[in-house]
Design a protein around this ligand. Structure first.
Ligand SMILES: Cc1cc2nc3c(=O)[nH]c(=O)nc-3n(C[C@H](O)[C@H](O)[C@H](O)COP(=O)(O)O)c2cc1C
Length: 194
């Protein structure tokens, strides 16, 4: 298969274009999960790695998405780059990243964000903004002068794509859709009607 037909090479080129032309957050993607009954939910997350191993992001394992992935480890994502009028979609099984990988990413975040990850019981009901701010302030004190470690329930997920679609806007809604489907030894490429 020619290098230009590899979906991750294509993704890298599109992502570079998006970084150059989007006004903010080219890595923002909608990430869908579903519970054990198949009921879907979707939210934005930031794509933090993309390559042949998959598409990765970081979050709280006890969040709604974390709970749904624990019961149903499948996901779907969509990136939309408005400035380019392009969309990428991917679907496949989702696995948690290794602790070493989560640690390395967590270390790269700002101290304030690291403390925020301890302060936030993500997706749980919160009685008031004040409660959250008090928790944050007391954690700032607790960690004063110390390194802020990764909370044990904060980690990352990797979607290992079985399908990746590249969508390009064309006039009159006659768009182009290139679908890559994983095979035992590579990728099949085909087109879809728009
Ligand atoms: C642009 C954008 C990027 C976001 N990135 C993340 C992220 O990388 N990780 C995360 O946990 N939440 C992120 N959030 C917050 C999520 O959208 C969501 O509110 C949170 O993860 C809880 O989702 P859940 O209750 O479905 O688990 C982001 C929100 C926006 C708008």
């Amino acid at each position: 298969m020619a290098a230009s037909d590899d979906p991750f090479d294509l993704f890298d080129r599109w992502f570079a274009d998006a970084r150059a032309s989007e006004i903010n957050d080219p890595e923002a993607m909608a990430f869908a999960t579903a519970d054990a009954r198949g009921r879907p939910s979707v939210r934005m997350v930031l794509l933090r790695n993309a390559g042949p191993e998959g598409f990765g992001f970081f979050t709280n394992l006890d969040s709604r998405k974390g709970g749904e992935l624990a019961e149903n480890p499948w996901g779907a994502l969509a990136l939309h780059w408005k400035s380019l009028r392009r969309q990428v979609r991917a679907e496949g099984p989702v696995r948690q990243v290794a602790d070493t990988e989560a640690d390395a990413y967590f270390k790269s975040r700002s101290r304030a964000s690291r403390i925020g990850s301890w302060a936030s019981d993500q997706s749980r009901p919160l009685d008031s903004r004040e409660t959250f701010e008090r928790r944050y302030a007391s954690l700032q004190e607790k960690f004063e002068g110390e390194d802020v470690p990764r909370p044990p329930r904060w980690s990352g997920f990797l979607l290992v794509p079985e399908k990746i679609e590249f969508w390009t806007d064309r006039p009159h809604r006659l768009h182009e859709r290139r679908l890559f489907t994983r095979t035992v030894d590579g990728w099949d490429e085909g087109l879809l009607y728009p």
